[in-house]
Design a protein around this ligand. Structure first.
Ligand SMILES: Cc1ncc(COP(=O)(O)O)c(C=O)c1O
Length: 383
């Protein structure tokens, strides 16, 4: 008999869409891939060069569980240079992807049966991290009226004596929406007044369009802020992220990291030192602009086809689209479109239960030409 938690964990439907898409390709069909949340760009060359030099130099030994001091300093320096925020390097914890940072912070704060508030729709693994720790993830339904984000008012309304904290993401997956600065301030004030913990996932902050990105670290120093090299620096497979934690929690997080995975991968950390070189920053800025151009093409095109996109996404590389004009079963719809038109995207049920059957997520992690092909195929299929 297995532990009860295993049965509660949902598979990633997006992976199943991808498997079905690959099977079609193996049978000779072409597929336009808009399912996976992973940039199509390769890791920037200066990062690869830094990794090569580290490996050639034999530097493969464990680091501190908190990460290489030089990298912690470089990340702190990035907050200063890029966002004008003063973050002490001692508060920066390098992690095995932001996934490990999310697990560490949940392990730090969640006891059995304690509740963490999350937006529904939201990034699915967060529910799993909380469940693994015998806590209770509480998905709060959100819609276009709040830009698909939690608000201070929603948090206050759903707070109970068993609630320990709130996890928000800005920009968010799957909706690509950002929490505006005033609302973020209200949220931080509410969570503090309720005596809870605020966790902010900023892994898409470097991929923000329109108004310049603002980190919550501008105005709070007792939040747990999670970030990553995966998306902004095109380093998904290197498995490297970080967290900025309140100073007095660093020691406990260090103990957890030491026991859970000893240290983040050393070659990846050495590679990541190349992220903050001017040449890399220029490359990732060009790619950010490319993502913005793709968004500017895709959102109007989807609207024209009849999908509902009531809030313009302002970050990441996702469009969360209402498909209720075509179906009341988005899972079936995804399978039908994949089979009938060779376009792969993700059903809403990967991200929660609230109106999941009326929504799908498109990822614009393919180039403009392929996006155009995807839209053309969708148009033919839907008409
Ligand atoms: C909102 C969000 N947070 C965290 C992650 C985890 O990413 P990683 O562990 O690669 O940093 C993802 C990955 O898609 C995500 O979309």
């Amino acid at each position: 008999m297995l532990a009860g938690r295993v049965g509660d964990i949902q598979p990633f439907h997006v992976m199943e869409v991808q498997t079905a898409a690959r099977a079609l390709e193996a049978a000779g069909r072409t597929v336009v891939h808009m399912e996976i949340g992973e940039p199509d760009f390769p890791t920037p060359q200066p990062v690869i060069d830094a990794a090569r030099a580290a490996i050639a130099g034999g530097d493969i030994y464990y680091t501190s569980a908190l990460g290489l001091p030089a990298l912690r300093e470089a990340i702190a320096g990035h907050y200063a240079d890029h966002y004008g925020i003063d973050v002490a390097p001692e508060r920066v914890i390098v992690t095995a992807g932001s996934s490990a940072a999310l697990l560490l912070v949940m392990a730090l704060i969640v006891n059995r049966d304690e509740r963490i508030l999350l937006a529904d729709p939201g990034y699915p693994c967060n529910r799993t991290f909380i469940r693994l720790l015998e806590g209770v993830p509480v998905g709060i339904p959100v819609g276009a009226d709040t830009r698909y984000q939690l608000t201070a008012e929603l948090i206050e309304r759903h707070w109970t004596p068993m609630t320990r904290g709130v996890l928000i993401a800005s920009p968010a997956n799957p909706t690509g929406t950002t929490i505006e600065r005033d609302e973020m301030q209200r949220i931080a004030a509410s969570v503090a007044a309720l005596g809870g913990r605020l966790i902010v996932d900023e892994i898409y902050l470097g991929l923000t369009y329109g108004a310049p990105p603002r980190s919550v670290l501008e105005f709070v120093d007792d939040a747990f802020v999670v970030s990553s090299f995966s998306k902004h620096f095109n380093m998904t497979g290197w498995r490297l992220g970080w967290m900025v934690a309140p100073a007095h929690h660093v020691r406990d997080l260090e103990k957890l990291a030491q026991n859970l995975y000893i240290s983040p991968a050393t070659p990846s950390q050495r590679a990541a030192l190349g992220c903050f070189e001017p040449a890399t920053l220029e490359i990732v800025e060009q790619r950010r602009a490319a993502f913005e151009a793709r968004r500017d093409f895709l959102v109007p095109a989807l609207r024209e086809l009849g999908f509902g996109v009531p809030v313009m996404p302002t970050g990441g590389f996702f469009v969360y689209a209402d498909c209720s004009r075509f179906t009341d079963d988005s899972d079936r719809f995804c399978r039908d479109v994949l089979e009938g038109a060779g376009v792969a995207f993700t059903p809403g049920m990967d991200f929660g239960v609230h109106r999941a059957r009326q929504h799908v997520r498109f990822a614009y992690t393919i180039d403009q030409r392929k996006l155009e092909e995807g839209v053309r195929r969708l148009r033919d299929f839907l008409s």
